[in-house]
Design a protein around this ligand. Sequence first.
Ligand code: ADE
Ligand code: ZN
Length: 325
Amino acid sequence: MTDAFIATLPKAELHVHLEGTLEPELLFALAARNRVELPWPDVDQARAAYTFTGLEHFLPLLFRSAAVLRGGRDFYDLTHAYLTRAALDGVRRAEMFLGVQTFLDAGVPIADQLDSVLSAISDARADLGVDGALIITCQRHRSQADAREVLDLIEPWRERILGIGLGAAERGNPPAKFAGYYEDARARGYRTTIHAGEDGPAEYVREALDVCRPDRIDHGVAAAADPALLARLRDEAVPLTVCPLSNVALRVVPSMAEHPLRTMLEAGLLVTVNSDDPPYFGGYVNDNYAAVRHHLGLDRTALADLARNSFHASFDDPRHIATHL
Ligand code: ADE
Ligand code: ZN
């Protein structure tokens, strides 16, 4: 159970995949709306299937479920549902990923995706008081040429898109594969972030810093076992968007009690707590805060530091200028 202190802390959510926020109830509603077959007979059995052996086990299920999103209204409903839920957790700022390639493959035009998500963001700013922003992610198991093509495709929306990122299958797809994509994105004026050191090694975090020069690292937990890399992340003030429940659900760490978040905080990193794909991993952002409070014994000062870090690490905060750039 989330305590009142966590519930009332204002926070920014910096690592959440919109397609990964699809609750089973909305999944079934959209499947019915769009006449898409699902592999489960009902909501309960879908939820029961959300146990994973690792990232590579999770991703196909995520993509399969995302196939119910077909039209603009679906993307609006998804974004509206997440922002409504996030507001209940005290989220004031949400920088949300959308992996557009999944939907382009299924024939959903980019305009249907972006116009609808941006419209829900705009409505939520007025109706819920949540300041939402959009980060477009590409998938690293695909080619760099595919990712650069996405930059061309989203160009008409450039002024309304906050940044670009990179997700999906990490191992075997090192950051250097996407050096040109990051260079191109930066030249176009985007803020940049990259999943690195989730189920990949610390070396991928180092390579991401050297080659892609991102403004933020998503996950980065592999760095915790590498003191020199921790010192570099601290010195260069590179924020990390850590997702504790995700890390346990995808067996990136053996248990919450063994999660390296405390080590990262004590090393002086600008570390933040986020939800990644909440219905799949057992909770929204407050559930993540509650889990680390309970299992890592974080006190109120540490929890408030995490919430403060989330605003400092936000791309909205003028103080956040990574020193390695
Ligand atoms: N896409 C959605 N969730 C992800 C994760 N945890 N890692 C990489 N890509 C993702
Ligand atoms: Zn992620």
